[in-house]
Write a protein that binds this ligand. Structure first.
Ligand SMILES: Cc1ncc(COP(=O)(O)O)c(C=O)c1O
Length: 449
């Protein structure tokens, strides 16, 4: 077994991490899918950081593009054009975005981008004289970012804790969670159930008061790679269109190939009115988020003379150059297809080692966004007590064995381990991620045996 990497945790007297006692490691370098701590211990990164890294660490070509762009033009206010902004916008239009989405905005991260998307939906209707459309629909199990509005519209209980007085009440739909659907296991019954929930919320709120719906088409870590029953998204998209509700897909985690298609909406052939990206857009090489929309949404805002204020560090020339190079590598190396193929391989490995495990309720997900949900009782779905902090124990046991997983779940939803490695991860490494997860789960369970 590996030396315990937790030995390199920061001390309480250190200035970092910000909140003392929080889980932290000191990592000093990385290559491919492997990180190294200051103690020289190797950690296989099954989480791609925060499910960010897609082309692997340490690509000189990206670092050089970033350096060249920064040296040539260190900074320019975001509304201006620069070669690297133009290059990235062109690549996005040519190779990535649904054709309908012909305008791009760049922030410095996902939260800023989701908040811009929410603002656009409201401004769109204010500009069009439908001032009564003041609401954005969210979903109960979701995450859209750290700002006050994105925290409020989201459904991540743990990240809302202590913020109650600041958080405006947003109407919320149920998030499809097939494993625990109150309508049972039949996908048709589940579909009927979740659509009825949508219709009920719409009727209660009044469709004419709603500007937009923000949702992750496949839920990221808050629910652990949750995929709705087939037919859910096409039916919701049709209802949104019928009632003039702008559909905002938050693809900060799922976008840019993560689920085995360019965007998760592609699993259902759907292009939203507003698409939000982050994480995989620049693959961890630079901070960058994106909001992608079209004239139908944006022209009324422009015609009414409303502002869409920029973020000072949005569309940073270096970040745009890095992102363009990351996306070029994704295309040249066929990494979207690799996410589908390697994701299927990793899922099969996980099912192989965990399928018969009495504490594993489900292995789920799409492409290289996968999750394993642990339960006390597989038949009844009974959870482990929250105080047991099983997810954290599994994380620690994984690190002791040299693999990092991403914690999932929130509030009453637990214990979930997410996997989102780089698309360049080798099959041998993927196998190691699966077998180590079994050992880490057993190690964590043995702690309280
Ligand atoms: C779906 C989703 N939306 C928004 C965000 C926020 O992005 P950021 O952390 O870059 O601000 C995240 C981050 O995990 C996310 O997963």
């Amino acid at each position: 077994m590996h030396q315990p990497v937790l030995a390199s945790q920061a001390q309480p007297s250190d200035p970092w991490p910000f909140l003392p006692g929080r889980f932290s490691l000191r990592v000093v370098r990385a290559q491919g899918s492997t990180l190294w701590t200051d103690q020289g211990e190797a950690i296989l990164d099954a989480a791609g950081g925060a499910i960010v890294n897609n082309i692997g660490h340490g690509r000189r070509r990206v670092a050089e593009a970033l350096a060249a762009a920064t040296e040539t033009l260190t900074y320019a206010v975001p509304p201006w054009s620069t070669p690297s902004r133009e290059g990235l916008a062109a690549r996005l239009r040519e190779d990535w975005l649904p054709t309908k989405l012909d305008r791009v905005y760049f922030s410095a991260g996902g939260s800023e981008a989701t908040e811009v998307a929410m603002k656009l939906a409201i401004q769109h209707y204010q500009a069009k004289g439908e001032g009564q459309r003041t609401k954005i629909l969210g979903r109960r199990l979701s995450y859209h970012g750290t700002t006050i509005a994105t925290t409020a519209v989201g459904g991540h209980d743990a990240r809302k804790a202590g913020l109650g007085p600041l958080l405006a009440p947003f109407p919320q739909l149920e998030t499809p969670y097939p494993l625990r659907c109150p309508a049972g296991a039949d996908p048709e019954a589940q579909l009927t159930y979740y659509l009825a929930d949508f219709d009920r919320v719409l009727a209660a709120e009044g469709p004419e008061t709603i500007a937009g719906l923000i949702a992750e088409p496949i839920v990221g870590s808050s629910g652990g790679a949750l995929r709705p029953p087939e037919g859910y998204w096409p039916a919701i998209a049709e209802r949104c269109k019928r009632h003039g509700i702008l559909l905002i897909f938050d693809e900060v985690m799922t976008g840019f190939g993560r689920t085995g298609t360019a965007f998760a909406g592609d699993h259902w052939g759907l292009a939203p009115d507003i698409l939000v990206g982050g994480k995989g857009l620049a693959g961890g090489y630079a901070p960058l988020g994106g909001v992608f929309s079209h004239r139908g949404v944006l022209d009324p805002i422009a015609e009414a003379g409303l502002e869409v204020m920029f973020h000072t560090f949005g569309a940073h020339p270096g970040a745009c150059a890095a992102a363009e190079t990351v996306l070029a590598i994704m295309t040249e190396e066929g990494l979207v297809a690799a996410a589908a193929q390697k994701g299927a391989f990793l899922k099969a490995c996980l099912e192989d080692v965990l399928g018969d495990h009495p504490q594993v309720a489900e292995v789920r997900g799409a492409g290289l966004l996968l999750a394993v949900e642990l339960v006390q009782n597989r038949e009844t779905g009974e959870l482990f007590p929250r105080e047991r902090k099983l997810t954290l124990s599994v994380l620690e046991e994984g690190l002791k064995r040299g693999v990092y997983y991403y914690p999932g779940g929130t509030g009453t939803v637990r214990d979930i381990l997410c996997l989102g490695p780089a698309m360049t991860t080798t099959e041998g490494e993927l196998e190691q991620m699966a077998t180590t997860l079994r050992a880490a789960i057993d190690g964590a369970l043995a702690r309280h045996a």
